[in-house]
Design a binder for this molecule. Structure first.
Ligand SMILES: [Zn+2]
Length: 304
């Protein structure tokens, strides 16, 4: 079961393109469908759902502004779906972080005219090959044509389609290059993978992320928005501010359950055996199972 959950995590987050290489589809708890559906959120802003990270799209008089672009193999469909909404120029794509299920369509979006924008560390990570010990595999560098061409270190603001669009870096959270994007007038927030709605979150500890950073990112986001903000999570259905508060409180609880055992001198194996997160079993199995969540928390806290 653990193996399948981990395979599912790898495939869904980064490797859906090569799902077949892992074995027959029947063996895997992974949906390999391309269908992208859109949901109108108001103010010319749309959510594109489907396999890979959730996409945010703003269309209007200034053209098209996109947040994340799933996998390369969906790029044609994504562009067709954007064109069905608006024929204006695709001006910008902002990547919320470097993972392939959020940046895979960058080259095709560039070819369609977009400027790819992301935090400095997104470009850095996309150029690196390094070991991912949580997922037990090597994170391969992305082809250079996918790399962002405009990068920022802290915050950035777009004035586009009548919106003030706040792009805020969240340090060492899901990765070391996360940004959350808030459309001020529309009151819509895209959390990237600093929020998995309805499932335990993946934290890319080897990619510079930490559970503490993700808790901090969610707290900062909660402070930034109002109670009636529409929230696009990196994965999962649309959420409310109350949902995000619940998620933040859950992560704080998860952290304290593991930390108290670490403070008592328990080893990782003992903590895993104790199953301290069993209360959250109904949120496991999407990407991250209970043991993986314990490992992520342990490594975040121990720095090992
Ligand atoms: Zn991610």
């Amino acid at each position: 079961m653990k193996y399948f959950a981990l395979v599912a995590a790898v495939a869904q987050l980064n490797l859906a393109v090569s799902a077949q290489a892992h074995g027959s589809h029947q063996d895997m708890d992974v949906e390999v469908k391309n269908d992208i559906t859109s949901e109108a959120l108001g103010s010319g802003i749309y959510l594109f759902k489907g396999l890979g990270g959730n996409i945010g799209v703003s269309v209007g008089e200034d053209g098209v502004f996109v947040i994340d672009d799933k996998f390369a193999r969906f790029a044609e469909e994504i562009i067709t779906d954007i064109r069905a909404l608006d024929n204006g120029p695709i001006r910008y794509v902002v990547n919320t972080h470097y993972h392939g299920d959020h940046t895979g369509g960058n080259a095709e979006m560039k070819a369609a005219g977009a400027t790819i924008v992301a935090h400095d560390n997104v470009r850095k990570r996309m150029g690196m090959t390094f070991e991912n010990r949580i997922l037990g595999r090597t994170q391969q560098a992305s082809p250079e044509e996918q790399w962002p061409v405009v990068t920022f270190s802290e915050n950035m603001t777009f004035h586009f389609n009548g919106q003030v669009v706040h792009v805020s870096h969240m340090p060492n959270a899901h990765t070391d290059g996360d940004a959350v994007i808030y459309f001020e007038q529309a009151n819509i927030l895209h959390m990237g993978d600093n929020y998995f709605n309805g499932m335990l979150p993946y934290v890319d500890v080897d990619g510079g992320g930490s559970l503490q950073g993700m808790i901090e990112a969610q707290s900062r986001a909660i402070d930034m928005i109002g109670e009636d903000t529409q929230i696009i999570p990196g994965h999962g259905p649309m959420a409310t501010t109350a949902d995000l508060v619940k998620s933040r409180d859950m992560l704080v609880d998860i952290q304290s359950r593991v930390k108290s055992r670490m403070d008592a001198g328990q080893s990782l194996d003992t903590i895993l055996h104790d199953n301290p997160l069993v209360e959250y079993a109904d949120l496991a199995g999407g990407f991250i199972d209970l043991d993986s969540m314990v490992r992520i928390t342990y490594r975040s806290l121990s720095g090992k």
